[in-house]
Design a protein around this ligand. Structure first.
Ligand SMILES: [Zn+2]
Length: 268
């Protein structure tokens, strides 16, 4: 599967887990960050993958010993990697309140990657060292246009992301506010260092939205004439607007209506 599909699946699944666990804003960020990292980790056994190519000293020997889709694509690896990260964070004396959400996110992202590869022709050796490959009866090739539709549906991901912000911007969560939004509001014109940090943080959300919108246009769920650059900026404005309004503790139901209206403006 393509790296972005894995990241999108990792993001969506970790958002759902954060919601299920009623995680606070900080824990949600840590779970989703863990989910994104975890969604990359299994492909450490592939030197040409997006992640493997960045960690060649690790990916080359792992690939030589185990091959692609070997031990790193098994349930044993989910447990081993989660334990290793937990142990590392414990070793550097990270607070338990921070390390638990990260490990939960990494395990979720890792599992979402295995679930994604399960739907491809090659399948995954879930019970490694058993060589048996588990393959979904519903298969599709890596990079196939159907991959986008079946694996994560860009439109659903955008909606889930907006709904997530609606949730953390409402009621008691909303009053706590957002560090990035608060910093942007307080930012002085002659503070380029802070400006760069805020711009980078907002840029990450905007580029993620842009990628999802572009894929939505490719799979036909969004209109071909939609200006994805303008739409990504518009959705970022909606998110930041909800974060500011969140300080007045609006009901989640009200912000859900904002999300529905925003979705209507980008869908055909
Ligand atoms: Zn993989």
């Amino acid at each position: 599967m393509l790296a972005f599909t894995h990241v999108a699946a990792g993001c969506a699944s970790s958002l759902l887990v954060a919601e299920y666990l009623h995680a606070g804003p900080v824990q949600t960020i840590l779970i989703v960050a863990g989910g994104i990292i975890g969604s990359h980790l299994p492909d450490i056994d592939h030197p040409k993958s997006a992640f493997g190519s960045r960690v060649l000293p690790l990916s080359v020997p792992i690939s030589a010993v185990f091959g692609h889709r070997g031990i790193t694509h098994s349930l044993l690896a989910v447990l081993g990697m989660s334990w290793l990260i937990w142990w590392s964070l414990h070793y550097v004396h990270w607070q338990q309140g921070f390390s638990v959400p990260v490990v939960v996110g990494i395990a979720t992202g890792y599992l979402s990657h295995l679930a994604g590869d399960f739907f491809t022709n090659s399948g995954v050796p879930l019970l490694w060292p058993s060589r048996r490959r588990f393959v979904s009866p519903l298969k599709f090739c890596t990079g196939d246009a159907r991959e986008y539709v079946l694996a994560f549906a860009p439109l659903g991901l955008i909606c889930e992301l907006l709904q997530h912000y609606a949730r953390i911007s409402s009621a008691a969560h909303g009053v706590k506010g957002c560090l990035v939004t608060a910093t942007a509001l307080e930012m002085l014109p002659h503070d380029p260092e802070i400006a760069e940090s805020v711009t980078t943080a907002l840029g990450h959300i905007r580029s993620f939205l842009l990628k999802a919108l572009t894929l939505g246009k490719q799979d036909g769920s969004l209109a071909a004439e939609l200006d994805e650059q303008a739409a990504a900026l518009f959705l970022l404005c909606v998110i930041q607007g909800m974060r500011v309004l969140g300080k007045t503790a609006p009901q989640e139901q009200e912000l859900t209506q904002v999300v529905q209206m925003a979705m209507r403006t980008i869908t055909p």
